[in-house]
Ligand binder design. Sequence first.
Ligand SMILES: [Zn+2]
Length: 841
Amino acid sequence: MSLGKNFRLPLDCRPVRYSAHLAPDVAKGAFEGRMELEVRLDAPRREIHLHAVGLTVARARARVQDRALKATFSADAESETVTLRFEEELPRGGVILDLAWSGKFSPGLRGLYRAGPLAVTQFEAADARRVFPCFDEPAFKARWVLTVVGIPDGVVALSNGVPIKDQKEPDGGRTVQFAETPPLSSYLIALCIGDLASSPEQKARAYPVRTWAVPQKRELTAFGQEVALAVLPLLEDYFGQPYAYGKVDQVGVPDFEAGAMENAACITYREVALLLDPKTAPLNVQKRVAEVITHELSHQWFGNLVTMVWWDDLWLNEAFATWMAYKIVDQWRPQWRVWMDFEVGKGAALHLDALKSSHPIRAEIHNAEEAGESFDAITYEKGGAILRMIEGYLGQEKFREGIRLYMRRHKEANATADDLWAALAESSGQPILELANGWIRQTGYPLVSISEEGGKLRIRQRRFFSDPEAAPEPTLWLAPLLLRIDGRERRVLLRSAEETVDPGGSFGWVLGNAGASGFYRTAYDDELLHRLIRALPELRPEERMALVSDQWALVRANAAKLEGFVDLLAALETEEDHSVLDEVVGRLSYLEHRVVSEASRGALHSFVGRLFQRAATDLGWDPRAGESDERRLRRSAVQRALALVARDPAAVADATARYQRHVARHPHAVDPNLLDVVVAAAARTADEKRFDELRELARTELDPAAKRRYLHALAMVEDPKLVPRSVDLALDAFVQMQDFASYLGTLLANRAARETAWRLIRLRWEDVRKKGDSPMILRRLVEALGNLTERRHLEEVEKFLASHELTAARQAVAQTLERLRADVALRERLQPELDAALQKK
Ligand SMILES: [Zn+2]
């Protein structure tokens, strides 16, 4: 009888210490293991359940005091467990299990797998069970002593502990034993074996830090090393707890499913999230690498030292690391203004969370597969934004005191959301539970509408939906609002559906989300909106950005007119902040990509061209000596608008000329911040010769961001003769598994390649499925279908997804379909409005 998919291990039998030997045969893609696993029983037991998938158990027995007890064992595929049945009952207390097993490398990017020349592990959420029989749930923390057998000479082996023994074996190969770890959940155990080279070892306070890559990319490790050394002391100071794991290894892995993985002291990264050449990396790539590294390092406390009890609190890990990364990077490099980048992620979360198919931050999770689906913008970005909002409400000092208390109280153990709220309530003296639970347990967020009635402000809240047809919902939030009235800040705790606020006399304008620090959208009555647009220069950049984002969301929800939105964009013609410009260009790009009719496309191009022409003339293409980053990034936004959205022929020609000089390796041919625009423009107009050139660049380039840029450029070609080649590459080994979904997504967003790529996905689904054989890649593949634009596409996607069951991507399927339906309906509704608005421009 099966234990069922939702089976959870009983809590009366817990692991204490794993002492495991693993002998991987990288060439054969197989391994053998044996271990002594010390467990504690709170009650006598005849049976012990361990997680295991694809492992063949060869031996299982128990040692109790000096007696050896034999066990029979049986595997259960559905619960992914093996059950050991002992010949007699095991007594309460300590028992040593003695196990031997064998298994195979995983075909996808999880368990133990081959990543180019390396053998690496990826265990979160629940794939440690593909390598070790173990208690593979986060609540079961235990110490691990790992020994790896049969490592060839000259090959590096890294794990969570430092190597304490490295000896040659008489029959060839080496045995490396790693030091015992502090208590860790199984998903944090890691192993990396292969030809790796590191930056020179340096110390962050008392412990060594190294950054690793395959040897030809060793030069690209310096920046990641610098970030880690800078932010580790800042994290120790924030948490008031020293780093717990003795050393830090950061490893760039050549094929990797997620962005990075916070394994204790052995952090693995997608190469593009760790390695870069500071001479050629655009600022946004540098910021992204610093943010990911800081995210992973903050997990060493939030996640590793204090771990969620179960996956329903995954947000405790991810929301916290997301928020903390921005906080600490902002402390390290305030001139980067990374909170503006945080706004971009928050915008994506607001968009996702306006769907009926969204989910609460703290979601009910029944099994490992569902846990895997929780790694999304709600858990990360919305969670991070809610923490930021709560920090704003309690004040930075009280919030930090609460976090320190939580760390002290639960270190080396597990905790739940309520433990965090209890610590924050204690440190602040504020009843935080009701407020916090409203935001983490309810799906969605409020639309806060502000109107002026008889000299008073009337403030209303209701759940915001993108879908204009969605039935209203009675959900309410205890919402800490920060208003700004003519530059004066005013806190309001909104408790009910509607409240009246006295503005304290006559006023010019009111802003409903000062500092954009709240996770809600704001709507204004016509008069208040007018006054706010006149006051645009008095708002902070993040507030202008939020205004654009909110007004666009209201247009989508059919709660505001497109024409008013186009007027708002036009009012931002003199905008100088690059993040606000990026937001504007993003919305224009959406209109160009998804909404405009063929008949009006030319008119939209001219509108965008006129909007940015003055700025483009002022900025040109080439930076002056000593120019600020801000001006460089502004140039990048403006030239993107002209060359890629407006398709202005002069801008495309300028971009292409710079592409040619760049690939001919002229020094300083192009500012790195313009490379994305320059390469994309050149790719769209590529002929066969340039296609081959891009392909060769994508193959040989060492810098991961540059390589990815060339790779995606291949999916942007528009020459009908090249499109089939570009589409065929998707299934070629040339496109690695980690890049597969984003490559297909780029093809589906390319109007010249869309039909061919969509046909490939349908006709060769078995091959697509095989290449996307990792749950996260599969979800990204489903999401990529959202790049299609027309009603007939929607109907085809609906039919296709209905006839292909994708159990590991149920949520992605529901969200993608809802989004695509909304986008298609929006296209049909807005097309005439946009045509009319453009005629007046
Ligand atoms: Zn994380």
